[in-house]
Design a protein around this ligand. Structure first.
Ligand code: HSE
Length: 455
């Protein structure tokens, strides 16, 4: 019998009493131990304290906090934690007899978060975490450990903050073959890109503003380098395509090199630049990339402003689903943590990645991306025949031009800015065209090439 067969699955339809649970003190409370009292931990405490009756009414049992752990005991967090036992060591917290469910909100792929999660799972305790980095690197191992002990490991808050995307994929779309997952899953990057566009500011100016607002992770590369969003996409891909999490084969590129010129020119051609994640299973293997892309300005993704997140799920039966909401912050992320906590209180037990971890295959990474149109921006030396040479380089590589625009030479009479949108092409043909262009000696600077995704 596979380890997960031992886990009880409760369905709303076969357990009608769960539809109308009655809060009774005779039902054993679900006792939480929370490790990590930052923004999200405090948000969870507020919900448990302020909505005690609502939570008990919805689950049929009280949900209480018995113990907490964080780096500093005496810091004023704006919530009363004096009734909770304190542990300096999150592993000790996870192992306490009065903790049924370990809630890991510390962050970090390794270190205390991983040690305490493993300790809880090793004794068969359920774990809820918001830790995308830990799961992107160790998710398969942790899911197997949970299953071996009949515990569950849930992570709704790890992906896209308050958007219930894990539940949507694992439960709402369980009857679909997932065809594509796409989305903007880092609010900080979207905030930077939309402020650059709306206010004509440089990347550096908006980066500093985002830093002052506290939007950036302690290591900003996690945000602007696409790593945080890449972690999230890798988790969604594992659920969507029934494979082991494979963050190492994610194609990653950040937004650091996006210029205001590209944002303006892309807008002129009807596009907006987003840090876009795309995962799809192809005949050549699993494609996973988190890179700057152009999306149609009038599409839902194109209209996504500021720090909001959006995830687009495409299933063979349902078609396209668009989920939009706050990707970070106290209330939204705590809301997602509580979704997992309440499922566990109700007795709903779903495998970490939607299918038993021991049945998940390793993915085969696609060696080449699905062909797509590309946006090209270049500065040509303004002399007769220059544009013809560029067109010939594209033609020689088998890349067809869809649209082209040349601007006047206001800033510099020696060069002419040119924009080209190609028809769908492979990256290898595009690279051959770019090499051919460079060999013509009519380029004033290296061309910029950005993939266009019609999502
Ligand atoms: N730093 C992330 C963001 C939130 O800006 O969306 C946490 O993953």
């Amino acid at each position: 019998m596979p380890p997960f067969a031992a886990i009880r699955t409760v369905s709303f339809l076969t357990q009608p009493e769960l539809l109308m649970p009655k809060p009774t003190s005779s039902q054993a409370p679900l006792r939480l131990g929370i490790a990590g009292l930052g923004t999200v931990g405090v948000g969870v405490i507020k919900i448990v304290q302020r909505k005690a009756n609502l939570l008990a009414q919805r689950t049929g049992r009280p949900v209480v906090i018995t113990a907490v752990s964080a780096r500093s005991k005496d810091k004023d967090r704006g919530v009363d934690i004096s009734n909770y036992a304190w542990e300096d060591d999150p592993v000790a917290l996870a192992l306490r007899d009065d903790v049924d469910l370990f809630v890991e909100l510390m962050g970090g792929s390794d270190g205390p978060a991983k040690a305490a999660t493993e300790a809880a799972l090793a004794v068969g305790k359920d774990v809820v975490t918001a830790n995308k980095a830990m799961l992107a690197h160790h998710g398969q191992m942790l899911a197997e450990k949970a299953e071996a002990k009949g515990a569950v490991l849930r992570f709704e808050a790890a992906v896209a903050g308050g958007i219930p995307v894990i539940k949507s994929l694992t439960e709402g779309l369980a009857g679909n073959r997932i065809e594509r997952i796409a989305g903007v899953m880092n609010g900080t990057c979207n905030y930077i890109l939309t402020r650059m566009e709306n206010e004509g500011l440089s990347y550096d100016e908006v980066f500093e503003a985002a830093k002052a607002l506290g939007y950036l992770e302690a290591d900003p590369t996690l945000d602007v380098g696409g790593i945080d969003a890449g972690h999230k996409l890798a988790l969604l891909a594992a659920i969507g395509f029934g494979t082991q999490v494979d963050f190492d084969n994610m194609v990653l590129e950040g937004i650091e090199r996006i210029t205001i010129e590209d944002i303006r020119h892309a807008a002129d051609m009807g596009y907006r630049i987003k840090l876009l994640g795309v995962a799809q299973m192809t005949g050549r293997g699993l494609e996973q990339r988190m890179t700057p892309c152009l999306v149609p300005a009038l599409s839902p993704l194109g209209q996504l402003e500021n720090a909001t997140n959006m995830v687009v799920l495409e299933g063979d039966e349902v078609g396209q689903i668009v989920l939009r909401g706050a990707g970070a912050g106290e209330g939204p992320t705590a809301s997602a943590v509580m979704s997992d906590v309440l499922d566990i209180a109700r007795g709903i037990r779903v495998p970490t990645f939607g299918a038993p971890a021991t049945t998940l295959d390793k993915s085969t990474p696609a060696v080449a991306a699905t062909p797509a149109p590309y946006y090209l921006r270049m500065s040509l030396l303004d002399k007769p025949g220059a544009l013809a040479k560029i067109a010939a380089a594209l033609g020689d590589a088998g890349v067809s031009i869809d649209r082209m625009r040349q601007y006047g030479q206001d800033a510099n009479p020696e060069v002419a800015p040119v924009l080209i949108v190609t028809d769908a092409t492979s990256r290898s043909s595009l690279d051959a065209a770019l090499a051919g262009m460079k060999a013509t000696s009519v380029l004033a600077t290296d061309p910029v090439a950005i993939r266009i995704e019609n999502v």
